[in-house]
Design a protein around this ligand. Sequence first.
Ligand code: ADE
Length: 262
Amino acid sequence: MPLRIDILTTFPELFDPALPGGVLNASIPARARAAGLVDWHATNLRNFTNGRHQKTDDRPFGGGPGMVMMCQPVYDAVLAVEASDPRPATRILLTPQGRLLDQRLAEDLATKPRLLLIAGHYEGLDERVVDKLAPLEVSIGDYVLSGGELGAMVLMDAVIRLLPGALGHEESAAQDSFSVAQSYSGHPQTPRRDRIVVPPSTRLLDCPHYTQPREWMGMAVPDVLLSGDHGAIERWRLEQRLARTRERRPDLLPPSGEMAGR
Ligand code: ADE
């Protein structure tokens, strides 16, 4: 069964699989969809409005700038869309108030049968419908977007590429930035001092990569990558991941002391 993703939005055309140049209609998400690993449907929140004007928002009580999305269209849309498929949906509201999207959350969402993404606009949703629907509130970063659609697309891309079979053999996600790093223990005769112990569940940045030509503008590719010694290459890559993470994102590393032997 493909992962099913529903998006509730006032801009469903942005998710149209036939939209030329649509960001999800290229590369890995498009391939994963064509391969039957994922399917997504956008539903227009305006279809669930009562009035003639198809209004989804109104002025905030208490005054202030901006508009607030009303409870009823959002609530009715969620229930109607959920009823169209018996699989339970993980409800997600894209909002700057949410927990930050990270690789661990993407990995978790990639195991679900069905996701329902609610893309808010304006000043957000009336809090009562948030309380009633109790979605997982997710932010893609500490900045404010004009709406949840880009957030939904970012989340979709991060999740879809983790679906088994979405990446070609050559593009395994195991070495990606933020993937959990494996210790390097070499072969049984590798001396202890040459092993690298990474505590379980440590997520590291990716290592540097190189391709042809071997020399460019006087800069050579690191010798070890040309050595054909797979153990040495694996060890070097892990060292590079650790060094980069220490330098650029020390917050990802466990407290010093746990990195035994390093
Ligand atoms: N909507 C507006 N800003 C957002 C953000 N940072 N993340 C997710 N959805 C949003």
